[in-house]
Design a protein around this ligand. Structure first.
Ligand SMILES: Cc1cc2nc3c(=O)[nH]c(=O)nc-3n(C[C@H](O)[C@H](O)[C@H](O)COP(=O)(O)OP(=O)(O)OC[C@H]3O[C@@H](n4cnc5c(N)ncnc54)[C@H](O)[C@@H]3O)c2cc1C
Length: 302
């Protein structure tokens, strides 16, 4: 049950790290609870050579590659991460009570998107409602788009301006978010319509594959696509409990290394803007950093 590295989280960052380390002939165990962040979407965009691929299929293929190179995958959720001393083994305890030990641990548990509290919004999340223009902006180019606020003011206000690059028919419902005079002037300059009304419900417009109906205190309107700005909450309880330092609410990492020895992190758990390609890249890079660190530790023992 002892591994060189336990990787917690088998999404895009964790799986890329697992493949890198398994191909370096390290004994690795990938533990995954099977809920990647983009599981609501049928297609992922902006991945070189794979635009429109199904995220679930990509991960399935990645997990098969982990096995092919000798890695072990365990389905489950790690509830506790402990260690008796700095040089002692990490112990990862699963919800079912199983315990696995390793020399290093990489946490790649992603983040949770907390949507504005608008009835109907979560039902359409990932199918008709999106947050990232770089993932789903191209598909709404020139369309009539709604942006619904209510959470994450810096991100939401930023994309209210950014989305104007993709469409000149954007309507922004701040939905309780406060806009400065400068924001309003800039949005007016970009041709963004602002509707200062509470959004009461969002529904699918079944007449089109991506359309939504937005109900607000100003009335009802129909759009061809919809964006929103969720709060990004890192799934970092294991890192915090292990004593990792953080900056602005995010665990601090230096090339994947946390402030705790032999404990690493990659992907959305430490970097909210990471798309699939970036998460895979950071997983691979941190996998290499861990492999090199283990060699240095071994050399120091000679
Ligand atoms: C609706 C939506 C659509 C998106 N579309 C795109 C797109 O088109 N293109 C793009 O590039 N990006 C897209 N993204 C972003 C993409 O989902 C993320 O970049 C990517 O998932 C981040 O990878 P990750 O490995 O950091 O986290 P995740 O992929 O979320 O993986 C984290 C994994 O850790 C597991 N886990 C969590 N806690 C534990 C635990 N305690 N024990 C064991 N396992 C655990 C989870 O089950 C999950 O499998 C989208 C995001 C959303 C929300």
């Amino acid at each position: 049950m002892y591994s060189d590295v336990i990787i917690i989280g088998g999404g895009f960052a964790g799986t890329a790290a697992a493949i890198t380390l398994a191909r370096a002939n390290r004994k690795i165990r990938l533990i995954d609870s099977g809920a990647p962040r983009n599981r609501f979407s049928k297609h992922a965009h902006g991945i070189l050579g794979l635009d429109g691929a199904a995220p679930a299929e990509l991960l399935q293929r990645g997990h098969a590659e982990v096995g092919k190179f000798g890695g072990t995958i365990t389905q489950g959720s790690v509830e506790k991460l402990t260690r008796d001393s700095e040089r002692g083994p990490w112990r990862a305890k699963l919800g079912g009570g199983e315990v696995f030990e390793s020399r290093h641990v990489l946490v790649a548990t992603g983040l949770t998107d907390k949507l504005p509290a608008v009835p109907g919004l979560s039902d359409l999340w990932g199918t008709r409602v999106f947050h990232c223009p770089y993932c789903h902006g191209y598909e709404v180019t020139g369309k009539k788009v709604a942006l619904i606020g209510g959470a994450n003011p810096p991100f939401t206000i930023r994309i209210s301006k950014l989305l104007s690059t993709w469409t000149s028919a954007l309507t922004f419902y701040p939905n309780g978010l406060e806009l400065t005079d400068l924001d309003r002037a800039q949005l007016a300059g970009l041709g963004v319509k602002i509707v200062d009304a509470d959004v009461t419900q969002v529904q699918a417009d079944k007449a089109t594959p991506t359309g939504v109906k937005v109900h607000s205190s100003a009335g009802e309107d129909t759009y061809e696509a919809c964006f929103t700005g969720p709060d990004f909450l890192p799934n970092d309880a294991l890192l915090r409990d292990a004593g990792c330092e953080s900056t602005d609410g995010w665990s601090s990492v230096e090339r994947g290394q946390t402030s705790v020895s032999r404990l690493w992190a990659a992907g959305n758990v430490v970097s909210s803007p990471d798309q699939v390609s970036q998460a895979m890249g950071s997983g691979a890079a941190v996998g290499i950093a861990i492999d090199q660190r283990m060699l240095d530790e071994d050399l120091a023992e000679l």
